[in-house]
Ligand binder design. Structure first.
Ligand code: ZN
Length: 96
């Protein structure tokens, strides 16, 4: 889905409602969800995964700071493996 289609979809879901019905809100959320899914592709996660793991090793709340990455790791076993391997290495090297 491209951005134009998304905007059109949001507009049309608002236009024929006097006020926001639950249905309109739900369809709006569904559009947002589909955008989010598209945003966190494997490539993008891969590019940010070391940053994410560093935060985690630093005891920062990585999942809070980068929720899209966390979400992707939950649903993608390939990236999750990559993440676990990286976490393992970083934890070992950070111990002194
Ligand atoms: Zn992935």
């Amino acid at each position: 889905m491209n951005l134009r289609a998304i905007i059109q979809k949001i507009k049309s879901s608002f236009n024929h409602q006097e006020e926001l019905s639950n249905e309109a809100v739900l369809s709006f959320l569904r559009v947002l969800e589909s955008v989010q899914e598209e945003e966190a592709s494997c490539d993008e996660v891969y590019a940010k995964i070391d940053e994410y793991v560093e935060k985690e090793v630093d005891k920062k709340d990585a999942a809070q700071i980068m929720p899209l990455i966390r979400e992707h790791l939950n649903s993608c076993s390939e990236c999750c493996e990559e993440y676990e391997a990286l976490l393992d290495v970083l934890e070992k090297t950070s111990k002194k």
